[in-house]
Design a binder for this molecule. Structure first.
Ligand SMILES: *Cc1c(COP(=O)(O)O)cnc(C)c1O
Length: 494
């Protein structure tokens, strides 16, 4: 609370009940802070306290001296928001004074502002989404496909500079279709970045194929070309050629695509770019998601733009995207009588959601700029701390900073990523660990995991990694709150 606001709530014991009631009325918070003649903070005063005095026959022109002595319920710094809220709930009060060790009042916190969560990554609508959705309602294009879907596909393709896009029900569906398009089946192996969300790998299992998990490199946190080469080499010695490589670009940062594509080319492995987290990013000037044979985007609710749920598959190869559309609509043969020769899926995006997507595409650049500004604020507010290092942005790329991610360097202190995340959580700030690598997942225990031979990079990123709230709509005040909470943790655990 600002000092002038705080001053306006102060009242002295020689004030009359009438004066106190007027002050309560003027300030409107329902609470005053009572000081004695020596300027010592005594207790809080509410409407209810004064009403009780008057019911007890104390006249309105008598002074607050009549209030009973009462040890004030106060907070002492440092306290977490969770602690403050718990006391408020137990004591059934909406305000708590904050005092220093000498009992001097330094702040007053209120319940509504204490009990406010800062979320990791929230949807952020633009101005036109509703117009496209309304258009769909007006024309009754509610049913699965429709003009918004076609337009969304064209607008998405144009935005990332690729020839064809297919709008789907999720990013996971897009990865699954990509594997079907590349004919992945039982007995095949598919290479995949280990440091990712499970959705990159599950579709490999849907197809009954075997994932081989590839470690990260420290420069981008994404697939290590050296580890990839070792995996390809080792498979070649077993006379095996992977059917595909799923290369993930994490948190808005592109993988180092040139060496990865060269290696995959040399070994005859088609690349699926899982750009679910990196729409709007680029690699050497080329949009992320358009460098492989097939690219995948996600429009899930927490991604940089969203259709509430959705995804897309993109490619320059028309035959692939035509087939993706076919498989995504139950693989219906061109016959009037519902004939099917191959197994398909119900994976298309609805016309309503594509309307949301069209509006979101219009603001993509602004969302990227906003997320990068969030990172800049963190860099600015935390860059001097020697125990934090953010995910690097190598000069061959432009990241969206979909999430501001970093690692904690304990350096013999008690600081850890887990400690930081739990301190932020106690202050109602949603921070998250870095993805738990796939080779550490119980589900994938039996999978082969390949590093560059010098120890596991992704294990370290998982152990020490954190993601900070990064919504494009986050306010400057909330950013400041996160920065202060991180710094507070640093001093507490230093
Ligand atoms: C979100 C995400 C997906 C899956 O997208 P959905 O639309 O949620 O199915 C795939 N890969 C990565 C890396 C993701 O972050």
């Amino acid at each position: 609370m600002r000092q002038d606001e705080l001053d306006s709530l102060c009242v002295r014991t020689d004030a009359t009940l009438r004066e106190a009631l007027k002050q309560l009325d003027d300030t409107g918070l329902g609470i005053l802070l009572l000081f004695d003649g020596a300027g010592r903070f005594r207790r809080t005063v509410t409407d209810g306290d004064i009403r009780r005095l008057m019911l007890g026959e104390i006249g309105i022109d008598e002074t607050l001296e009549a209030l009973p002595e009462q040890a004030p319920i106060v907070l002492k710094r440092p306290f977490t928001r969770r602690e403050a809220l718990t006391i408020m709930q137990e004591e059934v009060v909406n305000h708590l004074p904050v005092v220093d060790d000498g009992g001097n009042l330094i702040d007053l916190v209120d319940r509504a502002s204490v009990d406010r969560q800062i979320l990791l990554s929230t949807p952020h609508m633009g101005d036109t989404e509703l117009e496209y959705v309304e258009e769909a309602f007006r024309t009754n294009w509610i049913a699965p496909l429709g003009p918004n879907v076609n337009d969304f596909e064209q607008e998405l393709a144009a935005k990332v500079g690729i020839k064809h896009a297919v709008a789907l029900s999720s990013g996971t569906a897009a990865i699954h279709l990509a594997l079907r398009l590349l004919d992945v089946g039982p007995g095949d192996v598919v290479l995949c970045s280990t440091l990712t969300f499970i959705a990159s790998v599950n579709p490999i299992l849907y197809q009954g194929a075997e994932p081989i998990l590839i470690d990260s490199e420290p420069r981008s946190w994404n697939m290590s070309p050296a580890a990839l080469e070792r995996a390809l080499d080792s498979l070649r010695r077993q006379n095996r050629v992977p059917k595909a490589a799923i290369v993930v670009s994490l948190y808005g940062q592109s993988a180092d695509m040139t060496p990865i594509l060269e290696l995959c080319d040399a070994y005859g492995v088609p690349v699926i770019e899982d750009a679910a987290e990196s729409l709007g990013a680029s690699y050497k000037g080329t949009p992320s998601g358009t460098l492989g044979r097939i690219g995948v985007y996600s429009f899930n609710g927490n991604k940089i733009i969203t259709t509430s749920g959705g995804g897309a598959l993109v490619s320059n190869d028309r035959a692939l995207t035509d087939r993706a559309r076919f498989l995504a609509t139950q693989a219906r043969d061109p016959a009037p009588h519902y004939q099917h020769s191959t197994m398909g899926y119900n994976y298309r995006m609805s016309n309503i959601l594509a309307g949301v997507g069209r509006g979101q595409l219009k603001v993509l650049e602004r969302r990227v700029a906003a997320r990068r500004a969030v990172f800049a604020a963190y860099q600015n507010g935390l860059g001097d701390l020697d125990w934090i290092r953010f995910q690097p942005e190598p000069n061959w790329s432009s990241t969206t900073r979909w999430l501001t991610a970093g690692v904690v360097h304990g350096n013999g202190s008690r600081r850890s990523a887990a400690g930081l995340i739990s301190h932020l959580s106690a202050n109602f700030i949603e921070a998250r660990p870095v993805w738990k690598p796939m080779h550490l997942q119980p589900l994938l225990q039996s999978c082969t995991y390949v590093t560059d031979g010098n120890g596991s990079v992704s294990d370290g990123l998982f152990a020490d990694g954190f993601c900070l709230p990064s919504s494009s709509s986050i306010s400057a005040d909330d950013l400041q709150r996160v920065i202060e909470a991180v710094r507070e943790y640093g001093s507490m655990a230093g």
